[in-house]
Design a protein around this ligand. Structure first.
Ligand SMILES: NC(=O)c1ccc[n+]([C@@H]2O[C@H](COP(=O)([O-])OP(=O)(O)OC[C@H]3O[C@@H](n4cnc5c(N)ncnc54)[C@H](O)[C@@H]3O)[C@@H](O)[C@H]2O)c1
Ligand SMILES: [Zn+2]
Length: 366
């Protein structure tokens, strides 16, 4: 079984999943934030009473070989075998690193993901890409290895900060664009700023609004994660249609790397949101994506994500970052574009002039 389950009762769901997976020893991996904010939701559960807890530092700075070696060491010292089970409780950093640790320890033990950020619920915890950063390169070392089960419990989002909620929501916008117009419309109609405000300022006064918005978000998370699941099911090794998931990411990764280089780092989803502006514009020009819909998405992104300011002096560096890993001999860049919602066009090449025009639009056209 490889399944994604959405639950409103994480304790019951986890108890059931653990009973269904034969294992000799149980380990729970968290980072120092999810230990504090998420692990207490599993406290005093008989099914996890005997579990050994492994904690690592939070954020991508710890998605390293050293941390991986620590996890392997703790597994070894805790008596883990190939028949043991690892539960990863955290964001994409924990599910990526924990999934890789489990998949390589003693040639692979089973693991379960319990994603606790919006980005990991709709994206990182699903699809079997695991790994670590290495020598400054993101996700340089890793394997494809599916979790036994992914358990999504949206109430974990109550403690997530506004920026990480917006970051995950950008991947949901991408899934909306790849799937169907009605889902996209509901995403664009959602009051993301109000949710962020309600979550950032928990109070009895905001509680009803927060609960209602989180309920709507939970439904959207369910639809969104199915989009990723379906694409991955069709093409688990990214040989073809899984490239659809790169929408917004060619330009997005360039913004992400450039922002780090400039010392004003963007969260991944913010970079993807700006990448979507660029690539939807390119889709209008190249593949006939409807301009009015592009404008609606761009307006939503501008309102909720602000902007990452660039000038024409930044174009060359951004272009070079885009060509970095996706270059063909003529210096063109390979994009995933859309002819409309769900009308996916992979392997679309754009040259330097087209990319500069796209950046003009990003800078001025919206
Ligand atoms: N495997 C994939 O297909 C895939 C896809 C996308 C991203 N990723 C990876 O995912 C990672 C990014 O994931 P992320 O955005 O979840 O980042 P993250 O795991 O670093 O989490 C972001 C921050 O939120 C904290 N946090 C987690 N859950 C929380 C909660 N419920 N309440 C409060 N704080 C909480 C974390 O401790 C961390 O400080 C990157 O390493 C990226 O490479 C992987
Ligand atoms: Zn992404």
């Amino acid at each position: 079984m490889n399944s994604v389950l959405i639950t409103s009762d994480i304790r019951a769901a986890l108890t059931e999943v653990l009973a269904a997976i034969p294992h000799d020893r149980l380990f729970i991996l968290t980072d120092d934030t999810t230990s504090r904010l998420c692990l207490p939701l599993l406290a005093n559960m008989p099914a996890v009473a005997a579990a050994a807890h492994i904690e690592i530092g939070s954020t991508d700075a710890h998605k390293t070989l050293d941390t991986l070696a620590d996890v392997w060491t703790w597994l070894g010292e805790g008596g883990a075998t190939r028949h043991s089970l690892l539960v990863n409780l955290g964001g994409g950093m924990v599910t990526d690193l924990g999934g890789f640790a489990a998949s390589t320890f003693k040639r692979g033990m089973a693991y379960v993901n319990i994603p606790t950020t919006l980005l990991s619920m709709v994206d990182a915890s699903v699809g079997g890409k695991t790994g670590i950063n290495f020598r400054g390169l993101k996700n340089e070392i890793g394997v494809f290895s599916l979790p036994h089960t992914v358990l999504i419990h949206t109430p974990f989002l109550r403690t997530l900060d506004a920026a990480n909620i917006c970051s995950g929501y950008a991947e949901m916008l991408k899934h909306g664009l790849l799937s169907d117009a009605a889902h996209l419309e509901s995403l664009l109609a959602f009051d993301l700023q109000r949710l962020c405000h309600a979550v950032a300022h928990p109070s009895p006064e905001h509680e009803a609004a927060a609960a209602a918005l989180l309920q709507t978000l939970a439904e959207q998370v369910g639809t969104s994660v199915r989009v990723k699941e379906q694409v991955v099911e069709e093409d688990p090794r990214e040989l073809g249609i899984r490239k659809a998931l790169n929408l917004g990411h060619t330009a997005g990764h360039a913004f992400e790397s450039y922002s780090r280089r400039q010392g004003r780092p963007l969260l991944h989803g913010y970079a993807v949101a700006y990448g979507l502006i660029c690539e939807l514009y390119l889709s209008c020009v190249r593949t006939g994506f409807p301009t009015s819909l592009m404008r609606s998405v761009v307006t939503f992104i501008r309102e909720n994500y602000g902007s990452y300011d660039i000038t024409c002096d930044d174009y060359e560096a951004l272009y070079e970052l885009m060509t970095h890993d996706k270059k063909n001999t003529s210096g063109c860049v390979n994009f995933t574009l859309l002819g409309g919602v769900r009308d996916i066009r992979i392997d679309q090449l754009a040259d330097r002039d087209a990319i500069f025009d796209m950046l003009d639009f990003y800078r001025e056209g919206c």
